[in-house]
Design a protein around this ligand. Sequence first.
Ligand code: FAD
Length: 535
Amino acid sequence: MEIISDYLVIGSGIAGLSLALKTAALGTVILITKKEKAESNTNYAQGGIATVVSSLDTFELHITDTLKTGMGLSHKESVEVMIKEAPDRLNELIHVGVAFTEKDGLLDLGREGGHSRNRIVHAHDHTGAEIERALLYAISIHPNITLLEDHIAIDLITEHHLGFQVKNDTPIHCWGAYVLDVKNNVVKKFLASRTILASGGVGHVYLHTTNPLIATGDGVAMAYRAGALIGNMEFIQFHPTSLFNSGSPSFLISEAIRGFGGKLFTKRNEEFMNRYDARGSLASRDIVAQAIDIELKKSGDEYVLLDLRHLDSESIKQKFPLIYKTCLEKFKLDITSESIPVVPAAHYSCGGVITDLNGRTGIENLYACGEVAMTGVHGANRLASNSLLEAIVFAHRAFEDMRLNKKNNPDMIPKIPEWDDSGTFDSEEWVLIEHDRKEIQQIMWDYVGIVRSNLRLERAERRLNLIKNEIENYYKRTKVTEGLIELRNLATVSDLIIKSAISRKESRGLHYTTDYPQKDDKNCLQDTIISRFES
Ligand SMILES: Cc1cc2nc3c(=O)[nH]c(=O)nc-3n(C[C@H](O)[C@H](O)[C@H](O)COP(=O)(O)OP(=O)(O)OC[C@H]3O[C@@H](n4cnc5c(N)ncnc54)[C@H](O)[C@@H]3O)c2cc1C
């Protein structure tokens, strides 16, 4: 089955929705998304969008804060572009109907770790959900946009599908994607003059993550297979305190709880943070995550405890109503009288598909924006609330690039073969997929998590290679399912993270290895770039 549009957008988070809405002025848009339309990392974002709107703030300060957090690897030009264009993009969101929280008639500006001024524009503590609501409504009434739920992209359509050998120097074009319509169990061919990857993050590579189930790195894996360059995959941000065993996504226990006086203990009642940092439990996000990881690996315990029992219970209820209520009602845990079991959880991927300042990948007609992309903004660590911002700014720049270089001409697309699954069989082996998925997540958590070493990374590489080959064989023999597509992508992305981590011979930002504990080695000031043609 062949479906043609001018633009094919993959993903319905902030990047895909905001871009679809704009490109609809240029031609027909099909937006596919693999689950229910609001299900995305965007929908869970709490804090907000960092933007310079206060007279007490300047672009220069926000740029400095971002570059400092990126530990020498942020691309200055990308950072400047993002921060200077932020107010215009924010105004567009307001115009679309996003109701940001106000105070005395002005936007209420919050402050988060690493920011030197109050600049976090938010909609109470459910900013992402409010953005999704407003953008989805605007999309639903636009005549040029067709949104298809339960459609999961399998692979980008490129020269690889025309049956000839693609080499390092072959120019590669993207003409759309093969997509599984999950409800009807049929693979469709979506053709488009321009394809935009807005498929979000990779959290489910790890056992514990704050990301919803959609975050399986599909976009990075598809782009890698198609021949795009992938960058900086070793820089995965972990949030130090998510509620242990709270399902998927893990429920976040805000850092503000430690700010309020909450203290971290091992299960043996030792207050361990003082051994790692003079600020104790109040140390920064990356230090606390590293300390918890070391303690868990040493003891074999599954979690540490966050204790608030010494604090006034009425103040806790008043200050943290969502956390108090969710823990009590959903997890039967009274945080005023019981310690909270917490683990760090994978939260954000700083790396991704390498793009230029206009969202272009190295593949002709293929753009990437949002968490799937590596624009160079975050470098080795992400400053809080810069990711929603990166998504809207670079989605807009991709739109401008497509507008100025308009190419609505489906006649330019060569004859693309139908999806060929002859010789494959319907598998009932769900257990194989589930088992491999858990094994990958466990390997990545144990060996490629917050604290790394050569020994752990090499062991992870060996084990993952075995699983990856098994999955690839199984994939070739079996009819595709959603589970199998995701599993194959998880294996690919894990491999990219491991390879990137092995190649970085220093500790920088979110990549900490005990074999190269020295930080910020001036000889290593470059991005890690991986291409399928080199492996
Ligand atoms: C709990 C939490 C809190 C956060 N808080 C903040 C915050 O306060 N501020 C901030 O700036 N950032 C925050 N972040 C990060 C931020 O939310 C994300 O980086 C951002 O929302 C990513 O947007 P996106 O559009 O790129 O991807 P997403 O919003 O993740 O959307 C990806 C879309 O792609 C679809 N998709 C994926 N694969 C396929 C496929 N193969 N086929 C079809 N569709 C596919 C998904 O279903 C989804 O619709 C937070 C993240 C989490 C998890």
